[in-house]
Design a protein around this ligand. Structure first.
Ligand code: GDP
Length: 511
């Protein structure tokens, strides 16, 4: 296969690989397909024992000479059980990683739904069942923590029925196993079930097809550059292959197995660590790889998030309604999780706007962007460069940096509340509206916070959202003109505003 050297090479490369993929699919019907091990994902509610189970399996089932050799987590590992291989995807078992988990279930051939026998079904158990149904992933239920005195296996079996998860011997055909991830009880039987389910799924690969699989981690390592973890699903992945996803491309310079050992090739369903991507691919993307004779491809950056940045800039007017954030994290998976958490924060009067989302340390240009836009910088599992820290101090830029995702949400909410309380000096609730024929509106209200002043500017809030601005022209208390009214007292006001004020609105005077 030869290609001309042009900026379109990357796309041509993808098209050729996809053609190869289709050709191989056509041919594969009647030719040498080889069996491949099952790729397994573990789902379930937080604290139900997913990590403990993954750790137990890793410790007890790696081939003896390999045990303890793993120096870094690449998001997946292989075990051998009764001479058969299984690949486990080591997805973070946190609520924030829903999206990744959903993708995990897509990557996976088989899922294990972990339900703690002392707690039974919880919100994330339900979510996991929905994901499994949506992705049509075959699964096994592992009823965990059976060593606990409060364990109630029958309750779990019954509760699962409410979600149409009918277990074997209980009116359905979903395999299940009672286990203790702590003592290891039942784990070997669970692995037997996984192998059996993999065999029933008839999992195969075509050694002649273009290598393809799924990206599961994408990191910027200070020493090694862009390191990408992937799971191979078809073909043979070789060192030196050109590799591409929808958003990134490159040439494999180093290929490692999950133990961090350099290898020349890998076959499905192996986890792979790939060095050589020119830009960071996204977690959950599919990759294709192959050899191309003589021609060095020029990878083009067809997807550059920062390009969109300029469109995202906001005017000072907008900044009253938007909370501008700059996000930095250690991996694209973390970034996605952080974005999910921040997007769902109950910030009453502001909408969240992400001006930048990137992998890497918090640096000077992040601080400069924050300075220009009034944004807050959020770091998740990342570092703040020294100069950036100093710059932030000088310009009073807020940086929230933490290893714990929910702590970030909490700190952000607290600091916004604090900012609000510092700004608000008085607040009045509108109890009556008398005349609104012109811009001048007569209303009645009660001061709920601080001292409400005459001839002051007010912000009009409805259901915690800012709907307009106005000015107090006259203030009366007990039919007398007054200069101020204190908290707890009622008053009449003449307000000038383009916004029609309604009963229940809140008028806020800020510093
Ligand atoms: P995850 O959030 O689902 O990954 O849950 P973890 O694996 O972190 O487990 C949460 C807690 O339950 C930890 O304190 C574990 O030690 C404990 N745990 C997990 N599996 C078992 C088990 O089988 N028996 C008992 N007694 N405790 C368990």
């Amino acid at each position: 296969m030869r290609l001309l050297q042009s900026p379109c090479n990357y796309l041509i490369f993808l098209l050729i690989l996809q053609d190869m993929e289709q050709d191989s699919q056509l041919l594969s019907k009647n030719k040498n397909l080889l069996p491949r091990p099952p790729i397994v994902v573990i789902l379930g509610h937080v604290d139900h024992g997913k990590t403990t189970l993954l750790d137990y399996i890793r410790k007890t089932n790696l081939a003896a000479k390999e045990a303890g050799e793993i120096t870094q987590s690449i998001g997946a590992y292989e075990v051998v059980h009764h001479n058969k291989k299984i690949t486990f995807i080591d997805t973070p078992g946190h609520e924030a990683f829903n999206k990744m988990r959903e993708r995990g279930a897509n990557v996976a051939d088989v899922a294990v739904l972990v339900v703690a026998a002392d707690e039974s079904i919880k919100p994330q158990t339900k979510e996991s069942i929905e994901i499994l149904n949506k992705t049509k992933t075959p699964f096994i239920v592992a009823i965990n923590k059976i060593d606990k005195p409060t364990a109630n296996i029958n309750k779990v079996i019954n509760d699962l029925m409410d979600f149409n998860v009918l277990l074997e011997k209980y009116g359905g055909n979903i395999p299940w196993q009672a286990i203790s991830a702590k003592t290891g009880d039942g784990v070997s039987e669970l692995l037997d079930l996984i192998i059996l389910m993999g065999e029933m799924e008839n999992l195969t690969y075509d050694p002649k097809a273009a290598a393809s699989g799924v990206i599961i981690e994408s990191k910027l390592d200070s020493k090694r550059g862009i390191t990408v973890s992937a799971i191979l699903k078809n073909g043979i992945l070789k060192n030196g292959d050109l590799i591409a996803t929808d958003s990134a491309s490159g040439k494999i310079k180093t290929l490692e197995n999950f133990l961090g050992q350099r290898v020349e090739s890998l076959s499905p369903s192996a986890p792979a660590l790939i060095l050589g991507f020119e830009t960071m691919p996204e977690v959950g993307e599919e990759f294709f790889a192959g050899e191309i004779d003589l021609v060095e491809i020029q990878p083009v950056k067809i997807f550059e998030r920062k390009v969109e940045q300029t469109e995202n800039f906001v005017s000072p007017e907008d900044s009253r309604n938007y909370l501008n954030l700059i996000l930095k994290a250690d991996t694209s998976g973390s970034l996605e999780a952080l974005k999910n958490v921040l997007s769902s924060l109950p910030l009453k009067d502001k909408k969240v706007k992400f001006l930048e989302e990137a992998v890497g340390d918090i640096n000077d240009s992040d601080v400069k962007l924050a300075q220009a836009t009034g944004a807050i910088i959020i770091g998740f599992k990342t570092k703040i460069q020294k100069t950036a820290q100093e710059l932030a101090k000088i310009h009073s830029i807020k940086i929230i940096n933490s290893e714990i995702i929910y702590e970030i949400g909490k700190i952000l909410e607290e600091s916004l509340a604090e900012e609000k309380s510092q700004k608000t000096i008085a607040e009045l609730e509108v109890l009556a509206v008398f005349n609104q024929k012109t811009k001048k509106q007569i209303i009645g209200g009660k001061v709920t916070t601080g001292v409400f002043k005459n001839r002051s500017r007010i912000k009009i809030m409805r259901n915690s959202e800012e709907i307009g601005w106005g000015k107090v022209i006259n203030l009366q208390s007990q039919k007398q003109d007054v200069e101020e009214v204190r908290s707890g007292n009622e008053c009449g006001l003449l307000i000038e505003s383009d916004t029609k004020i309604s009963i229940g609105d809140h008028l806020i005077q800020e510093l």
